[in-house]
Design a protein around this ligand. Structure first.
Ligand SMILES: [Zn+2]
Length: 250
């Protein structure tokens, strides 16, 4: 309904532009064509989206970055390799800060694909031992540093925790918890409220995913916002949708 309506508005805009001879660009069309979107979650936490094609369908990948007094910390690299450097440039332009660290939530291309690039230009990269082992086994660039799970990292006045609740989407999927904001960056462990299926699960363990999610909810009983790895993220239905998809799968 919404897309029908916006398509109609766009059509009206185009005919208005044509009849008046003005140069108009519909912002909705324009926004969809941008390869990198950056949106504010709160004054310290931003979400960025890049796009890629999988099995002929275009998908959006969500990732976040945290503004600290010491610089910006990326949680996951862009999925689109043409955006590794533009993301750094956009952050520099927007916040006048360098990116000082890059963490990955699992070993796949949409999370750790930029490690080779960031290692090459000297930005410290971080992952769990599990993720690094999988990267190595799959002949991909590994993180330069290992992270501890369930440890509160405090950097430049901000804090975050990486946690692993057992396999799901992948064998190594971790989530990022921002304790001050009670925001969970679920990565691919959490599906969007609009997800139609569990997506790519060939590298994961669907059976252990549901008990793993239950453990996460026991650890974090109160969550203000959940960021899924892909697609819509602004509503509150991500956990429920992930549980429903995992129940269907049984
Ligand atoms: Zn993945």
């Amino acid at each position: 309904m919404i897309s029908l309506l916006s398509a109609r508005i766009r059509g009206l805009l185009v005919s208005f532009c044509l009849s008046t001879g003005l140069l108009c660009v519909s912002p909705a069309v324009h926004a969809q064509e941008k390869p990198l979107l950056i949106e504010k979650i709160n004054p310290k936490l931003y979400l960025y989206t890049t796009f890629n094609t999988f099995d002929g369908t275009k998908y959006a990948a969500n990732a976040v970055y945290l503004i600290t007094k010491k610089g910006v910390i990326l949680f996951d690299t862009p999925w689109d390799s043409t955006q590794y450097q533009p993301l750094l440039d956009s952050i520099k332009q927007k916040h006048n800060l360098p990116v000082i660290a890059v963490y990955a939530t699992h070993w796949h291309e949409d999370r750790a694909g930029g490690f080779a690039y960031y290692n090459h230009i000297g930005i410290p990269t971080y992952a769990t031992k599990m993720t690094n082992d999988l990267l190595k086994a799959n002949h991909k660039a590994q993180a330069a540093h290992l992270v501890d799970l369930n440890k509160t990292y405090k950097i430049g006045g901000q804090s975050f925790v990486l946690n692993f609740f057992s396999p799901g989407h992948s064998m190594d999927n971790v989530v990022i918890w921002f304790p001050e904001y009670k925001i969970l960056d679920g990565g691919c462990f959490i599906k969007s409220s609009e997800a139609q299926d569990l997506g790519f699960t060939a590298d994961g363990d669907v059976k252990s995913w549901k008990p793993s999610l239950a453990r996460l909810l026991t650890k974090y009983p109160q969550i203000n916002m959940v960021i899924p790895g892909h697609d819509a993220w602004k509503d509150n239905g991500q956990i429920k949708r992930t549980e429903a998809l995992l129940t269907e799968k049984k």
